[in-house]
Design a protein around this ligand. Structure first.
Ligand SMILES: Nc1ncnc2c1ncn2[C@@H]1O[C@H](COP(=O)(O)OP(=O)(O)O)[C@@H](O)[C@H]1O
Ligand SMILES: [Mg+2]
Length: 281
C-alpha cells in the first residue's frame, strides 16, 4: 500500500521495509501491519502528540534510561547511534511501560523502537497466524471466561507489584492469542504510588473485568478484588504469589479493630476502677 506520511521517516531510516495494511484507526492512534527488520510487526502512530507534555515527560524521565557514558556522549553528539539512543530515552509512557512489563513477564507486545511518534512493536497473532482478536470480539465459555479473568487478575497483581495500574483496562484493550490474554494500549498507565486516584483507577479496571467476564460466568459479578488488592498493596503485603479471595470485606477488618480497641478500653477502665477501689480503702 501507499506509505502513510507518518511512517515515511521510518521507511527512510530502514526501520520499516514495507507497509502491509492498516489495522485499526481510532481517535488516539492509527495502527498498521508492517514489515520491519525482516519480520511482520505493527506500527502504532499516535495521533495527538502533545509536544509540551512530551517534553515535560522527557525531563521527568531523563537520566533514568541512560545506561552508560558512551550512550550519553553519543546522545550529546547527535550521531545516528546517538539519535537512536535518544529516542530510547525519550520514550513516552506507553513505551516505557511496555519495556518494564515485558521485563517482568507481564504479557504485553514486545516493543522494538519508538521514533517520530511511531511505536514499532510485536504484532500479536493467534494460533492460525492471523492478527489476534480483541477480547470484545469473542464469545466465551464460562470456563474460558473464568480462566481469562484469573489470568488478567494475576497480571493486574504483577503490574501493581511493579507500581503500575493500567488505567484503561477493558475488553477492548486485551487481545487473545494462543496462550490467552495480552494487554495492550498503555499510554495512560498510572503510577500506583504517586497518583492520588490510583485506588479508583484500580477499582475501575478490576470492575471492567468482572463486568465483562461476568456475562459469561455470572459468579464473577460478585467478586471484589480491587479493595483486597489495594489493601494488600498499601500495607506492602502484595507479592506476585499472593492468593486473593476475591471477597474482601472492609467492615470485617474495622470490626476486628473495633473489638480490639474495646478490649483495650475495657481493660484500662477495669484497671482504673481497681486502683480507685484500692485508694478508697
Ligand atoms: N501489538 C498489537 N498486535 C495486534 N493488534 C494490535 C496491537 N496493538 C494494537 N492493535 C490493534 O489496534 C487497536 C488500537 O490500538 P490501541 O493500542 O488500543 O490504541 P487506541 O485504542 O488508543 O487507538 C487495538 O484495539 C487492536 O485491535
Ligand atoms: Mg485501545
Amino acid at each position: 500500500m501507499k506509505i502513510p506520511k507518518t511512517l515515511e521517516p521510518l521507511v527512510q531510516d530502514g526501520l520499516i521495509d514495507a507497509v502491509i495494511r492498516p489495522l485499526k484507526s481510532g481517535k488516539e492512534a492509527a495502527v498498521y501491519v508492517v514489515q520491519s527488520e525482516g519480520v511482520i510487526r505493527c506500527a502504532k502512530v499516535y495521533k495527538e502528540v502533545n509536544k509540551r507534555g512530551f517534553h515535560h515527560q522527557v525531563l521527568y524521565r531523563e537520566g533514568r534510561t541512560v545506561r552508560n557514558s558512551r550512550q550519553a556522549r553519543a546522545m550529546a553528539k547527535g550521531t545516528r547511534y546517538g539519535r537512536q539512543e535518544q529516542e530510547q530515552v525519550w520514550q513516552n509512557a506507553e513505551v516505557t511501560a511496555l519495556y518494564q512489563l515485558t521485563a517482568i513477564g507481564v504479557r504485553v507486545p514486545q516493543p522494538y523502537h519508538f521514533i517520530d511518534g511511531v511505536l514499532l512493536m510485536e504484532l500479536i497473532i493467534d494460533a492460525e497466524g492471523e492478527v489476534a482478536p480483541r477480547l470484545s470480539d469473542l464469545d466465551l465459555t464460562p470456563e474460558q471466561a473464568r480462566s481469562y479473568h484469573h489470568q488478567l487478575i494475576q497480571e493486574v497483581i504483577n503490574m501493581l507489584c511493579n507500581g503500575m495500574i493500567h488505567g484503561d483496562l477493558s475488553e477492548f484493550n486485551v487481545l487473545i492469542d494462543a496462550q490467552g490474554p495480552v494487554i495492550i494500549d498503555l499510554p495512560q498507565v498510572i503510577d500506583a504510588a504517586a497518583n492520588n486516584h490510583a485506588a479508583q483507577f484500580l477499582a475501575r479496571d478490576v470492575t471492567h473485568l468482572a463486568t465483562y467476564f461476568g456475562q459469561f460466568a455470572p459468579e464473577l459479578h460478585t467478586t471484589n478484588y480491587a479493595q483486597e488488592l489495594w489493601h494488600l498493596y498499601q500495607n506492602g503485603d502484595l507479592t506476585p504469589t499472593t492468593q486473593l479471595t476475591g471477597h474482601y470485606k472492609k467492615q470485617q477488618h474495622s470490626a476486628d479493630l473495633d473489638s480490639i480497641l474495646r478490649e483495650i478500653n475495657d481493660a484500662r477502665d477495669e484497671a482504673l476502677r481497681r486502683a480507685q477501689l484500692r485508694e478508697n480503702h
